[in-house]
Write a new protein. Structure first.
Length: 271
């Protein structure tokens, strides 16, 4: 081997016995922390969020260096896939005006919620998930799951948010034009609490982007990587994702890379 590479035997053995450089030792320690944060994120964090987590450990590293170390370790993020909508706007119920008008921010929690429905495949059939997102922190404040999509699915999701958060009168509740949101029972729930209803323009998914974004994240980070045998199995995984990971741990770019609950806590302390 020494003859092939044209190096001396003494030089080769000196290289073999040489201790790792300080940079190599730092890279090794950094790789361990990168892997730890990547696994905690369910293999969803890329260089930007990993950099934020390392900063919380008082570790300074460029995104280029993090990318290099992730490549060395074979650490990759889960891939993205598209999904279709489930809105049925062909009904004769009254449609609310678009009061939100793509103003996807709120100064305080419980000022504006955005809701939507999506589907989850299982071997038993579809599982439908309705959620409401707080537009201040992007927290999932209410959710409901079932094997069908009646009006009670969205009513139960908003009722959960009301029970947990006690939003005051005047709350803006935005959704698409689906029949569930236009139903008499859901509209009565809004009226009873003096909430303002708002609906997207026809066929315009961008008017409800935060809810669409959450479903994209949920499916990218969880659903597309599972094969649920039963609806109950899917319900348990989604519950754990929302309440344990997404609301309390997952870094969100619109929250300056804080989790929804941490962001709300910081707002309360600053008030």
């Amino acid at each position: 081997m020494c003859r092939v590479f044209e190096v001396s035997r003494s030089g080769y053995y000196e290289w073999r016995s040489r201790p790792p450089s300080q940079r190599d030792q730092q890279d090794k320690a950094l790789k361990a922390k990168i892997r730890e944060h990547h696994e905690e994120s369910r293999a969803t964090y890329g260089t930007r969020r990993i950099q934020r987590k390392l900063a919380g450990d008082n570790e300074t590293a460029s995104r280029r260096r993090i990318a290099r170390l992730m490549k060395d370790e074979g650490i990759t993020c889960k891939t993205r896939r598209k999904f279709k909508a489930t809105t049925n706007s062909k009904h004769d119920k009254p449609v609310a005006p678009n009061l939100l008008d793509r103003n996807f921010s709120a100064e305080k929690p419980n000022q504006a919620y955005a809701g939507d429905i999506t589907y989850i495949p299982t071997r038993e059939g579809w599982l439908y998930l309705a959620v409401f997102i707080d537009l201040c922190s992007r927290a999932v404040v209410g959710w409901s799951m079932g094997s069908r999509m009646p009006a009670s699915l969205v009513k139960d999701a908003l009722s959960m948010a009301i029970w947990k958060r006690r939003p005051a009168a005047g709350l803006l509740v935005h959704s698409d034009r689906g029949s569930q949101y236009a139903s008499d029972s859901f509209q009565r729930l809004l009226s009873r609490h003096e909430y303002r209803g708002s609906m997207s323009r026809k066929g315009n998914c961008w008017d409800n982007a935060p809810a669409e974004s959450f479903f994209h994240t949920l499916k990218t980070e969880l659903i597309y990587h599972e094969d649920f045998k039963t609806r109950d199995e899917a319900k348990q995984a989604i519950f754990e994702y929302i309440e344990v990971f997404y609301n309390r741990m997952r870094l969100h770019s619109s929250n300056d890379y804080m989790s929804p609950m941490d962001y709300e806590s910081e707002l309360r302390e600053a008030a």
